[in-house]
Ligand binder design. Sequence first.
Ligand code: ZN
Ligand code: FE
Length: 256
Amino acid sequence: MLEFLQFPCRTDNFGMLIHDPASGLTASVDAPEEAPIRAQLAARGWRLTHLFITHHHGDHVEALAPLKAATGCTVIGPAAEADRITGLDVHVKGGFRFLFGNHAVDVIDAAGHTLGQIAYHLPGAKRLFAADCLFSLGCGRIIEGTPEMMFASLERLASLSGETLLHCGHEYTLANGRFALTVDPDNAALQARLAEAERRVATGAATLPVTLAQEKATNPFLRAGDPAIRAHLGMTDADDLAVFTELRRRKDKFKG
Ligand code: ZN
Ligand code: FE
């Protein structure tokens, strides 16, 4: 059984360690900040063997070089961003599968926030590491890609089993939820999720992971087909991509 350890890094990034007791391997999903990652490794007595990099942004790769220098770990990351990330050893892209110990890791194309972003899915453990593509109650800003690209990426992630536990690059749930309520105000599942997230944050706990089933019931960016959201936007007859694009446009302007 794999062990998963989630902890805060930087202002609102998540650190994530995956440990395989059978093989002794330990991976960090992205490398947001050296000190907390090393502290968590030391506290558990784990030796870092792998980095699973999702995209080239500084808040995800800042600690890549020092962690690699200190541990000699193998750095896996997006082939499409290999020219923008120094130190990648293994280039992967959507559709690739590799083994971590005896555990399959599937790479999913999650482009849109950046052009080459990838997500990592561990089907055996039912865990998804969606980085800055899918957030709880939200999605990443479309910085390099197009709405079409982001929409297709979100559909790929949302097509995984509803029992899958979603991990994200950032703790953005409350801010996302406040926006979500403006476009889906009568959604009781969303109201309940936001109340639960507020309780968790008030006690210093993380709002993640969350199941994909719950996200599909509450996250407006996965609900472009929902009649209530469409009616709220005055887009009853629009296609899903147009609804998604309008949701993303409104979120970009939203001052919560
Ligand atoms: Zn990013
Ligand atoms: Fe980020």
